[in-house]
Design a protein around this ligand. Structure first.
Ligand code: NCD
Length: 324
């Protein structure tokens, strides 16, 4: 869509790592979206591989389970020609602080170029980044951030709606435990969208009042005039209990079904980062309706978006511009 304006070469980033959306300027974020637009057609080509990252090593270090994010980074790395290593780490065997630093030292000794980290503790990716000499990408740290998910979401919205600026985008459900919500609020407001958080008071953190967003505890009213509705997974594993009366009641008030969807704009589109709790935050009839659901496109676009991010970080390092 915006490929005419896309740069012909890798995006240069001013930071060595991508730990949070605040690591990017608005211009850098837009340049990354433009660059991903260049990679998207490659995914349906018969030969899908480039050699931009040939000779570079990408290590996937996932302390929390992941299906789509880990495989998306793996595919993106391989499509750019990098050697990709998936480290098998089991959260249960690892105590947080010290072990993370030990792991960092071990990995650093192998001289990787890119390290993709997911960890249950907020700040873990930043801690690791201080201990290694390669670029670190945060693939989700606790309830803090998940910047590449926000980038792929913004990329998907821009491809489908033609723009982000001026759109009204609702982010709904379990905001409190969601790193996806935090990164999306940062990025979508940076790109000029109007963001509305919708959820019960127990699942919208008090700090959200300072995020520059609208807040609604009534989903039916909150969905009015929305162009995009982003549903979030109810993160039961991060809840101490008591935050919602029951999953059935949650669905009645905050689950997206066809009736509630009708309250948004007639051409409203629906997103979900996955994995979904069907019948809890989203009804299958909405999630599986190709006229409104962008869920599969998000997964597909994720690979192109991550190719752009990997290329940008690896190539910014080549010039020595971002060396510490
Ligand atoms: C999210 C995550 O792990 O933060 N999923 C993802 O990356 N696709 C959201 C979630 O776990 O609910």
């Amino acid at each position: 869509m915006t490929s005419a304006a896309a740069p012909d070469s890798a995006v240069r980033l001013s930071r060595r790592d991508l730990l949070a959306i605040d690591d990017l300027t608005r211009a850098e974020a837009i340049a990354l979206l433009d660059r991903a637009e260049r990679f998207a057609p490659l995914l349906s080509a018969s030969v899908k591989k480039l050699d931009t990252l040939r000779g570079r090593t990408l290590i996937n270090l996932f302390f929390e389970t992941s299906t789509r994010t880990q495989s998306s980074f793996e595919l993106a790395g391989k499509r750019m020609g990098a050697d990709v290593v998936n480290m098998a780490v089991r959260t249960s065997a690892m105590a947080k602080g010290e072990t993370l630093i030990d792991t960092a030292a071990t990995l650093n000794a192998m001289s990787p170029d890119l390290l993709v980290v997911r960890h249950a503790s907020s700040g873990a990716a930043a801690l690791l980044a201080r201990k290694v000499s390669c670029s670190v990408i945060n693939a989700g740290d606790g309830q803090h951030e998940h910047p590449t998910q926000a980038l792929l979401d913004a990329f998907t919205i821009r491809r489908e709606k033609g723009r982000i600026e001026g759109l009204t985008i609702a982010i709904c459900g379990d905001i409190a435990h969601s790193r996806v919500a935090r990164s999306n609020v940062r990025l979508l407001t940076l790109l000029g969208a109007r963001v509305r958080l919708i959820g019960p008071p127990t699942l919208v953190p008090a700090s959200a009042a300072r995020w520059g967003v609208e807040i609604s505890h009534d989903m039916r009213r909150g969905l009015e005039a929305c162009d995009v509705i982003m549903m979030l997974r109810l993160q039961l594993e991060r809840m101490q209990g008591g935050l919602i009366p029951s999953q059935r009641e949650f669905f009645w008030f905050y689950g997206l079904d066809e009736d509630k969807l009708r309250l948004a704009k007639p051409d409203a589109l629906v997103m979900h980062p996955g994995p979904m709790n069907r019948g809890v935050e989203i009804d299958s009839r909405v999630a599986d309706d190709p006229r409104v659901s962008l869920i599969e496109k998000q997964v597909r676009n994720g690979v192109a978006m991550r190719m752009a991010v990997l290329e940008a970080l690896a190539c910014s390092r080549t010039t020595g511009e971002t060396e510490p």
